[in-house]
Design a protein around this ligand. Structure first.
Ligand code: PMP
Length: 355
């Protein structure tokens, strides 16, 4: 097979998404989706909007931005809807860093950051987390670089306080500080209220996890008008109709049924605490998570083996081959029934190992 790839991407290593098996039914705890269906109102809105598929969608996503603005306490001009928050990350890396402005991010974080740096030919400044996977905000102060921090972090689930993010913002006034809040709905603290005060702050959130819409691809960038305008310049240079009309309507309907999603997030948090406790009782180390997943390891079984044995038992979790975290597996929190299956299979696997 011949490759026609341009020289500039000859060594590009693409992101590897989590498995999305289409063949058999797993207890699927590997890509941090919500186990709950979208609200009825979302389903109705999507069906209704599908009838207009012959027409282009609104490139400005005006109705959606107007619905979301009061929820975030900002103006519609401070919001850019995106095709999954991955798109916001891509636009931001492309817009706000270059050969002279590296992108700084932690060594253990979302696997797309190095890929977005590479695809845009950006120098990365990779800052190691501490031994306990915590982040020392002082290492991000006064860098004069674009800064990207997931809060809660992935795959650890750990958070840093908004007061520390504020210190980072203050000490890098001429650079964009991107806070990736993909998992903030599960107990984290959002820094959206800081947008009024810091025009260099960019917050990304998603409807994929808390709002049961991973398959619809909807995220939002929330920032000062200047940052949103810059990202729009790129968006209109690539794909003006980035959010299809069904997803725009689904987003509006989801925002109008927020009680349902808040209740679902509460259940996920309860199930997270339950699963953490039970795994700890089985001897696992579980990092303190404020996300809809936990990061766990056991001295009795390697991360790779635990992942593989769970898979053969019909339970899918995520294992990363990176040396610093290869002892761990990331387990998405699902329904109580799903977590009980995970716990039961875990007990079986450990007992087969003689533990
Ligand atoms: N940020 C983080 C930290 C994530 O884990 C994910 C999910 N893979 C995303 C952003 C992107 O999510 P989405 O594109 O579905 O909004």
């Amino acid at each position: 097979m011949r490759s026609f790839m341009s020289e500039k991407y000859a060594t590009l290593e693409a992101y590897t998404p989590g498995e999305q098996p289409q063949d058999m039914q797993y207890v699927k705890l590997n890509t941090n989706e919500s186990p709950f269906p979208p609200s009825d109102k979302v389903l109705e809105a999507v069906a209704e909007e599908a009838e207009k598929l012959n027409l282009y969608c609104d490139p400005e996503c005006k109705a959606l931005r107007e619905e979301l603005a009061p929820i975030f306490g900002v103006n519609p001009e401070n919001i850019l809807p995106v095709n999954g928050s991955d798109e916001a990350l891509y636009l931001a890396f492309a817009a706000f860093a270059d050969a002279n402005t590296p992108v700084a991010y932690p060594n253990i974080s979302y696997g797309f950051y190095p890929v977005y740096a590479a695809v845009n030919h950006l120098p990365s400044h990779v800052i190691p987390l501490k031994g306990d996977f915590s982040l020392d905000y002082r290492e991000y102060c006064g860098l004069n670089e674009m800064i990207v921090i997931a809060n809660p972090n992935a795959p650890t689930g750990m958070t840093i306080p908004v007061s520390e993010i504020e210190e980072i913002l203050k000490s890098n006034p001429n650079n964009v500080v991107l806070i990736d809040e993909a998992y903030v709905a599960f107990g984290g603290e959002s820094c959206v209220p800081l947008i009024e005060k810091y025009d260099n702050l960019l917050v990304c959130q998603t409807f994929s996890k808390s709002h049961s819409m991973a398959g619809a691809r909807l995220g939002v960038a929330i920032a000062s008008e200047g940052i949103i305008r810059d990202m729009n310049t790129l968006k209109y240079s690539i794909n003006p109709y980035n959010i299809n009309r069904m997803t725009q309507r689904a987003g509006i309907a989801a925002a109008q049924t927020s009680r349902y999603y808040l209740d679902n997030c509460k259940v996920i948090v309860e199930n997270r605490e339950y699963t953490t406790l039970k795994l700890k009782e089985m001897g696992f180390e579980v990092l303190p998570s404020k996300a809809n997943f936990i990061f766990a390891k056991s001295s009795a079984i390697s991360g790779q083996e635990y992942y593989a044995k769970l898979k053969s038992e019909g339970v899918l979790v995520r294992h990363f081959k990176k040396p610093e975290i290869e002892d761990f597996c990331r387990i998405t929190i699902g329904t109580r029934e799903q977590m009980d299956v995970l716990l039961e299979k875990t007990a079986k696997i450990l007992s087969e190992k003689g533990c």
